[in-house]
Design a protein around this ligand. Structure first.
Ligand code: GDP
Ligand code: MG
Length: 301
């Protein structure tokens, strides 16, 4: 299965939800008028796109309807697709790993798919011929390290770990030294995500970031926040909480195979100017792809 098919299959639920709402709007279709535009706007808002972003999309659509004299259903849909894609393309989705070594710090709340995504990304980079080291900086539970180790073995990458309860920043420090010694291309750091212990968690992240900046001042750094697409609007609150502490430069959107709420990504990208860099569409090692706005929009509408 190619990426597009996988994503399309993965987005079925999102698509159904989007589709249902679109179908509802278009089932009474008579002509392209203000009423239709308002109903489309409401459908976008209901699909977790966000109020501000939905309003913007429809304002642009309204302009085009006027200018291009759009009159039929297919043309409205196609213009809508293009307007959503435009928003997703306002940010740079490319992964910047320009130095050797480069570093990827993965953050996000518990259960969103950080560890799984790290395994998938490590596997991808490895297949691209890169030497990857993984740091087990979620030291809170031994099981977290074990889980990461399984993924590291699958991707055939070295893992750097310490015993349960160790200082996460020290694990990252160790991992950086090993990455340098081994002349590895990319270091990927897993982190904990206990948001209920917010102050502690955020302090931990600040400390990790300090170690990285001190030990690898010249390195390309990607701080990627993982979001579970099935959480809908809650994802917006998570981004807010993490943004206060770390400069996030991209998102990994997981579980697009299990969501009816993938629309949330459009709002998050637009309102935070944060690009999506990867999407997860399953639990297997190959179920992750580089985000492609064209495919995303086509699969959605
Ligand atoms: P973490 O707590 O953020 O490290 O999350 P994990 O990586 O442990 O993942 C939590 C659960 O989500 C696991 O059961 C994963 O298999 C599952 N998961 C992660 N990514 C995806 C995905 O893209 N699709 C699906 N269906 N499940 C996923
Ligand atoms: Mg984890």
């Amino acid at each position: 299965m190619g990426f597009f098919d996988k994503l399309k299959q993965g987005l079925t639920k999102t698509k159904t939800s989007f589709d249902e709402k679109m179908n509802n709007v278009f089932s009474n279709f008579r002509k392209v008028d203000e009423e239709l535009l308002e109903e489309l706007e409401e459908a976008l808002i209901m699909s977790d796109v966000g109020v501000e972003t939905s309003t913007r999309i429809i304002a642009n659509l309204r302009d085009r309807v006027k200018k291009e004299k759009i009159e039929n259903e297919e043309d409205v849909k196609s213009a809508l697709r293009e307007e959503i894609k435009k928003i997703l393309d306002e940010v740079d989705n490319s992964l910047k790993l320009e130095t050797t070594p480069s570093i990827i710090l993965v953050v996000g709340v518990n259960g969103v798919g950080k560890t799984t995504s790290i395994g998938k990304i490590a596997n991808r980079l490895k297949k691209d011929g890169k030497k990857v080291v993984i740091a087990a900086a979620d030291t809170f539970r031994a099981a977290a390290v074990e889980q990461l180790e399984i993924w590291a073995n699958r991707a055939e990458c070295q893992i750097v770990k310490r015993e349960e309860g160790s200082d996460p920043a020290s694990v990252v420090y160790d991992a950086i030294q090993i990455t340098k010694q081994q002349n590895a291309d990319v270091l990927i750091c897993d982190t904990a995500g206990r948001l209920h212990n917010k102050k502690y968690l955020m302090d931990e992240l600040v400390k990790i970031k300090k170690v990285i900046d001190r030990e690898l001042p010249e390195a390309s750094k990607e701080v990627l926040m993982v979001l579970d697409a099935t959480t809908g609007q809650n994802a917006i609150l998570q981004v807010k909480a993490f943004k206060e502490t770390v400069d996030i430069n991209g998102l990994i959107l997981t579980k697009l195979d299990g969501t009816a709420k993938g629309g949330v990504v459009i709002g998050i990208v637009a309102e935070n100017k944060m690009p999506v860099k990867f999407v997860g569409v399953g639990e297997q090692i190959d179920d992750m792809e580089i985000f492609n706005s064209e495919d995303f929009v086509k699969a959605l509408i």
